[in-house]
Design a protein around this ligand. Structure first.
Ligand code: OGA
Ligand code: ZN
Ligand code: ZN
Length: 405
């Protein structure tokens, strides 16, 4: 569609979401560089003039089609001030600025983006969705054909993948493309040197990974040698006629939290000392340098990174080596602790989908002479999962205002 076929919309939400009016501004007071508002529940939210001007949702400031910002706050006049302020009957805040520009803000949007302490902590609370688990976990399971055909079942599955971190699909056809079909319900897959799909079967002569033997695999994350470990991992079982080979899982975040409670110093060592992971294949040489327990910019747990068989020799100052091994052994002991362990023998027609940056997975040894075992797997970044959840949630009515991120 060309520019002139697309009428410019004068007022619109500068977002693809809608923000319900749950509260209204009752009064406001102009301060030297900000506007102090008092809501109908007595909450006081202060909005700086620059912040308000920066967030003007009009069609000059935000492109109506892309909903991306056009205005740069550097272009606001020095000493910007609000000269005319009013509330309309819908509760919108209307501001006439000292440079002649006019802005309107919906009450629901203002409330959802307020940055007073109560609003910020409410929002932080809403963003906190991780549900840590131990051996008591009942693995959330979803029917493959319902996930494929229904958006609301899809959303339930994805929320479980985000919050619990470990899910199973059942009734999966023994067709080769089942991983791709399930993954495409979410978004793009992430290709690696093992292909966009990897096949887990014993490749006695040609194996380039311990995974492709019949050996036990201790609890690990995949692709720990990459700067960014893939977020989701899919593992679809097409054949499992071999004795053994049970899947094992522990919640790495639950273990990290237990470590922090039991031995804060060990937790700190694993957060603060980056170590190296190297793959050792003839045709690739991926390397990463990162801590076993990764925290995000908020200081919250964001990932576990640990594949024992891809770890390079530890390179730390001699004075730190003892403490590092103590912490590492403590963490590893928790990954074997029955309090945290969940195990299930994946059968043909079942598929795991788990958060590879949180849930550590493993496998018991199996007897390759007793029958065949064949899994197909793939990866996807966490961003894809979270984006898909947010888009699906736009069409679901919420009882509380949406978190502004
Ligand atoms: C892997 C892996 C699990 C299994 O390939 O990295 O963990 O059950 N496989 O074979
Ligand atoms: Zn504007
Ligand atoms: Zn693995």
């Amino acid at each position: 569609m060309s520019e002139n076929q697309n009428p410019v919309i004068e007022t619109f939400a500068a977002d693809w979401r809608t923000f319900e009016t749950t509260h209204r501004i009752r009064t406001y007071k102009v301060l030297s560089d900000s506007l102090e508002t008092t809501w109908d529940d007595e909450r006081i939210s202060n909005y700086h003039f620059l912040w308000l001007r920066d967030n003007c949702p009009c069609s000059q400031c935000v492109h109506p089609r892309t909903r991306e910002q056009l205005f740069e706050v550097l272009d606001a006049p020095a000493n910007l001030s609000a000269q005319r302020i009013s509330l309309d009957k819908e509760g919108k805040l209307i501001v006439g600025w000292s440079d002649g520009h006019n802005s309107q803000y919906e009450a629901g949007w203002l409330r959802s983006h307020a940055y007073d302490p109560a609003s910020r902590s409410e929002r932080a609370e809403r963003l906190r969705s991780v549900e840590p688990w131990g051996s008591e976990l009942v693995i959330p399971s979803f029917d493959y054909s319902e996930v494929v055909s229904s958006d609301s079942v899809l959303l339930d599955w994805l929320l479980a993948a985000r919050d619990v971190g470990l899910t199973m699909l059942t009734g999966v056809p023994s067709a080769n493309e089942a991983v791709e079909t399930a993954a495409k319900r979410i978004s793009f897959m992430r290709e690696t040197n093992f292909g966009s799909i990897f096949e887990v079967k014993t490749k006695a002569e040609t194996t380039d990974s311990n995974a492709y033997t019949s050996l036990e695999l201790p609890a690990h994350t995949d692709m720990s040698t990459r700067e960014l470990q893939p977020g989701l991992q899919f593992l679809h079982c097409l054949i499992n006629d071999a004795a053994g080979g049970e899947s094992t899982f522990v919640d790495g975040f639950a273990i990290a939290a237990a470590l922090q409670a039991e031995a804060p110093e060990d937790f700190r060592v694993l957060c603060e000392h980056p170590i190296d992971f190297w793959n050792k294949a003839p045709q690739s040489d991926y390397r990463s340098h990162a801590p076993i327990i990764g925290l995000d910019a908020r200081g919250e747990l964001s990932e576990i990174r640990l594949t024992n068989w891809l770890r390079a020799p530890i390179n730390l100052p001699s004075s730190e080596m003892g403490a590092f091994y103590r912490a590492y052994q403590h963490f590893s002991a928790l990954t074997r602790d029955s309090r945290f362990l969940v195990s299930h023998r994946l059968e043909a027609g079942q598929m795991w989908c788990f958060d590879n940056r949180r849930i550590m997975h493993g496998r018991k040894a199996f007897d390759p002479t007793s029958g065949q075992r064949f899994l197909r797997g793939g990866y996807m970044d966490r961003d894809e999962l979270l984006s898909r959840i947010r888009v699906l949630e736009r069409s679901h009515v919420r009882s509380t205002p949406m978190a502004a991120s």
